[in-house]
Write a protein that binds this ligand. Structure first.
Ligand code: MN3
Length: 262
């Protein structure tokens, strides 16, 4: 990122505002293809289109996959992909809309039931997390392409920070393998320090660094791999790398950087 990004401005303006931008920007469709981007000749991005579709028209809608359910075979099987997208992710999207409606009704009650409000607030986090993380997960994979894609800005940034892309991949795989129970490994762009950081989340309640933008993530809930890999999560993680489309990861990276450039 160029020095024209005023880190001082970011820091002195409003940290909470910056923090709120991360996933809020994704969900509001600010990640759409028309948003300002680094470089006028930015190629079409599946993941940015899907994120834009998720939040289009103010209601959350399940984004279509840009490839067939069997496109990731043999690494991820068609049945898993179909169930994962059309049932699991669809459920999170639908429940996100329902939770928002239920909260609106709850606000009309007097007094508001605090226990219900608390439970629904957790539901918002859970379902929005599911809707958004799955969109990035599906959108950063593709069939018929090699994982060893041409070098991109994001792979260069990773190599610079981690020494080598392979070291990043080993670190990321280890985090994914170590998630206890259900959850995600997430590599995100943190704009203040301009770093790519790897975190893990339990379930899909985000333990995301405030203001950071997820770039690459893997779902290690059993529904993501159990039909084909059963208890062999490490084999699934290794196979998943073959599906990662670095050009899509790069489009998120460029977009995340551009959001904080002046
Ligand atoms: Mn899942």
């Amino acid at each position: 990122m160029s020095e024209s990004l005023s880190r001082r401005d970011l820091i002195t303006s409003s940290i909470p505002a910056v923090a709120a931008m991360g996933l809020g920007a994704l969900a509001s469709g600010a990640f759409g293809q028309d948003a300002p981007a680094a470089g006028a000749d930015r190629p079409k991005s599946n993941v940015l289109s899907m994120l834009s579709d998720l939040g289009k028209d103010g209601t959350y809608t399940l984004p279509k996959l840009p490839y067939a359910y069997d496109a990731l075979e043999p690494h991820i099987d068609a049945q898993t992909m179909e169930l994962h997208h059309s049932k699991h992710q669809a459920g999170y999207v639908s429940n996100l809309n329902k939770t928002i409606d239920t909260l609106a009704k709850l606000r009309t009650e007097n007094p508001i039931d605090a226990a219900k409000l608390s439970a629904l607030s957790r539901d918002i986090s859970f379902n929005a997390g599911g809707a958004i993380l799955h969109t990035i997960f599906f959108g950063t994979m593709s069939g018929g392409k090699k994982a060893e894609a041409a070098e991109t800005e994001v792979t260069r940034a990773i190599a610079q920070q981690y020494g080598h892309l392979d070291q990043f991949k080993a670190h990321f795989s280890k985090v994914a393998g170590g998630v206890k129970g259900s959850g995600w490994a997430i590599a995100c762009y943190e704009p203040l320090g301009q770093k790519i950081l790897i975190t893990e989340s339990g379930d899909q309640d985000l333990r995301l660094i405030p203001g950071s933008i997820p770039l690459l993530l893997i779902d290690v809930w059993e529904h993501a791999y159990y039909l084909k890999y059963q208890n062999k999560r490490a084999d699934y993680i290794q196979a998943w790398w073959n599906c990662v489309d670095w050009n899509e990861v790069n489009s998120l990276y460029l977009h995340a950087r551009s959001m904080f450039e002046r």
